[in-house]
Design a protein around this ligand. Sequence first.
Ligand code: ATP
Ligand code: MG
Length: 354
Amino acid sequence: MSEPSGPPPAISLQALVREYRGRGTPLRALDGVSLDVAPGEVFGIVGRSGAGKSTLLRCVNLLERPDSGRVTVLGQEVTRLDESALRAARRGIGMVFQHFNLLSSRTVAGNIAFPLEIAGIPRAEREARVAELLPLVGLEDRRNHYPAQLSGGQKQRVGIARALASRPRVLLCDEATSALDPETTEEILALIRSIRDRLDLTVLLITHEMAVVKAVCDRVAVMEAGKVIEEGRVFDVFTRPAHPTTRRFVSEVIGHVVPPGTVAQLPAPNPGEERRLLQVLFAGPSSTRAVVSEASRRFGLDLNIVSGRIDAIGREPYGLMALAAYGPSPAIAEATAWMRGLGLDVSEIAEDLA
Ligand SMILES: Nc1ncnc2c1ncn2[C@@H]1O[C@H](COP(=O)(O)OP(=O)(O)OP(=O)(O)O)[C@@H](O)[C@H]1O
Ligand SMILES: [Mg+2]
């Protein structure tokens, strides 16, 4: 198989395994995870609690050492570095935490400058960097405030500025918005996207919320029990989820295509005819009503629109419609093929899943 060509990945994880050994049987937090994150991407990792997301993220900057597998960041295989080389490599990787982890005895400016102090950067340079970062995260007027005087969103802005202090090219975010209300979450996600654009960063972001993925990510990997069970462009994963777990995640955000209880209310097919539930996905503007009525005429079918909605992921609009098709089985198959020929993505929904 040939790899798609393009720039080398900013982050490449190959066959990562990480076990925690306690008294009982060892727990495989990572069970052979491989992932490539392209430069400039906001890449999401989503999964339920305990799926292994934080373990994975900590393996990228080797806060956690994998038992086996390779981690390559910006072309450097970090799993081969000794401690001092690793410390230098870590400066190229910023990290943002769920609970901000700010020093309560230091001001906003003092918190942002802290990693630069640790790295031995001279005072004048530190101050210049802080002066650049404050407007970037919208905190010019909070320079001398203490964490206790800040809202959650402001604290996270400090956390982000601190993560950016050493001019990293990769930013890792572990549930960076999970402690925030929905409105503040939106602001912080917008900030993450804007710094990605302005600073040419690659962002690896973990979350248990598919809404966060929808709002901010370009691609996503879904984790379950230490494995990646599905991966792809956010648009594709949302519109055509393959794994049942992914389907559940997606439906939490965009709802079920067929509202629960719908099937029970549908009339039974006439003797000798079939009833099929079809999902029709169209990307971009499309006059689906006209398609439905024409398909009905051409193939002699009874086509009922059971549900429909129009939404957008990123800037890509899409529509999703469920149809109940009644008629002879070959006619339904022909109509499906005809709609596919028009560029629509048509799939059958099993009635027990509807
Ligand atoms: N230091 C540790 N010692 C033992 N087990 C651990 C340790 N850290 C994590 N685990 C276990 O490894 C598994 C994966 O944990 P991890 O923190 O990576 O999950 P997560 O997906 O980040 O979950 P959450 O959404 O709750 O943060 C869990 O079963 C967890 O209990
Ligand atoms: Mg976690």
